[in-house]
Design a protein around this ligand. Structure first.
Ligand SMILES: C[S@@+](CC[C@H](N)C(=O)[O-])C[C@H]1O[C@@H](n2cnc3c(N)ncnc32)[C@H](O)[C@@H]1O
Length: 393
């Protein structure tokens, strides 16, 4: 295929040879004659083909590479169909789709498809377009998704993508209109997902395995689900046999949906209390020894690198309060989904929280995002969800 060519500097091509998908502007010897969003070819300093990617003249990351293997690839409808089919095949192989019909079908760089997130909610796809390049191939993506059997596509582009990437796609249905509140199941439990007004694409699909693990620790336990959103962990704890669940979130609509999800699964008989409140206040005011199990799944406190110190204090505060107040022999599921706080730093923060609470704390599980949010081994930046399960003496 004859495409505009970007040539790398000889001393800056190693990371691309190692399949890191981003080309930074400082690594470029010759820029291609191309517009932002165009598909370009990336060559090494000697003119050898290295890959194909999406160009962006305005960004520090001038190219995001999506093809490293096939120089002869013709990047057309059939190409994108194959790439999406491969992503779907992976999920079909690894997930039990008879019990789970909501999952991430495309996880951007994690699937070597930068600029694109596609989440499946039964027969509806919620699509996030994060790069001009994927905006340009939107028709191919939509055709491919329909060919895979998904009936409805809802476009939900992040505000930041509109500002930073210049994406100009309106939020809404692409083609045939579906239903904005979709009923799904995850590991056999039922949830309603508001794809239009809910957070992210509607549901925090990345926590599926961790919610399932909570079932093992909930039998005959009193459980607090802090930052509960629509109650994924709450429903799982009840299914695991919790004696009671308290769910807290600052969003009133999320808490109301949490209640509806509990009723849907347990016919309104569940020992459940849902509260719209700030979890920092709730944890501060909560009496000691009330809960055997506490889940802490806050939003990303560190959206930028410069927010890390303040975010670290936030994570430390909630963890310290939970460790101080949990019943002896209690279990804490604690998470951070901030990209800018890595596994080592997160563990240090929880270490500091334990030390300040002056209790013996042991790590019994180390958790991450679900298998449908794979981490491309060449792109470690894709690892964002970190979790620890703590046993507090
Ligand atoms: C990562 S989501 C939790 C996802 C949830 N664990 C699940 O499995 O669906 C974070 C939640 O924290 C809530 N939130 C943000 N700030 C909060 C605060 N200060 N107090 C309580 N909830 C807060 C958001 O409304 C959001 O629902």
């Amino acid at each position: 295929m004859s495409l505009p060519i970007l040539t790398l500097k000889s001393d800056r091509q190693r990371s691309l040879i190692n399949r890191h998908p981003w080309v930074f502007s400082g690594a470029v010897k010759d820029l291609p004659k191309a517009e932002t969003g165009d598909i370009i070819q990336v060559n090494d300093n000697k003119g050898q083909w290295l890959g194909y990617g999406f160009f962006d003249s305005r960004s520090e990351i001038v190219c995001k590479v999506f093809e490293y293997d096939n120089q002869d690839a013709i990047i057309d409808q059939a190409y994108w169909q194959l790439r999406l089919t491969q992503a779907y095949d992976m999920r079909k192989n690894l997930l039990d789709l008879s019990k789970t019909n909501c999952f991430r079908l495309v996880h951007a760089e994690g699937d070597s498809l930068p600029g694109m997130i596609a989440d499946v909610y039964n027969t509806t796809i919620v699509l996030q377009i994060l790069h001009k390049g994927t905006q340009n191939i939107l028709e191919h993506i939509a055709t491919s998704l329909h060919n895979l059997g998904f009936e409805f596509i809802y476009l939900k582009t992040k505000k930041s993508s509109k500002h930073i990437e210049g994406i100009n796609l309106p939020q809404g249905w692409l083609g045939k209109e579906g239903i904005p509140i979709v009923s799904v199941k995850e590991n056999g439990l039922a949830y309603e997902v508001d794809i239009e007004n809910g957070q992210k694409t509607g549901f925090f699909l990345d926590q599926r395995d961790n919610r399932f693990l909570l079932r093992n620790y909930s039998k005959n336990k009193s459980v607090l689900n802090a930052f509960c959103y629509t109650g994924g962990f709450s429903v799982s704890a009840l299914r695991g046999g919790a004696t009671n669940i308290t769910s807290v979130d600052i969003s009133k609509s999320a808490v109301e949906q949490c209640d509806r999800n509990i009723v849907e699964n347990f016919d309104g008989d569940a020992p459940s209390l849902s509260i719209a409140a700030d979890c920092f206040d709730y944890l501060r005011e909560m009496e000691s020894g009330k809960f055997d199990v506490i889940v802490l799944d806050p939003p990303a406190f560190a959206k930028h690198a410069r927010a890390v110190p303040q975010a670290s204090r936030g994570y430390k505060d909630i963890n310290m309060l939970a460790i101080q107040k949990i019943k002896p022999g209690g279990i804490i599921f604690t998470f951070s989904c901030s990209k800018n706080i890595d596994t080592v730093l997160f563990r240090k923060i929880v270490f500091g929280a334990g030390a300040d609470a002056k209790r013996s704390v042991r790590i019994i599980h180390q958790l991450t995002q679900g298998i449908d949010h794979p981490i491309n081994i060449y792109h470690p930046e894709g690892e964002y969800l970190k979790g620890l399960v703590l046993y507090v003496e």
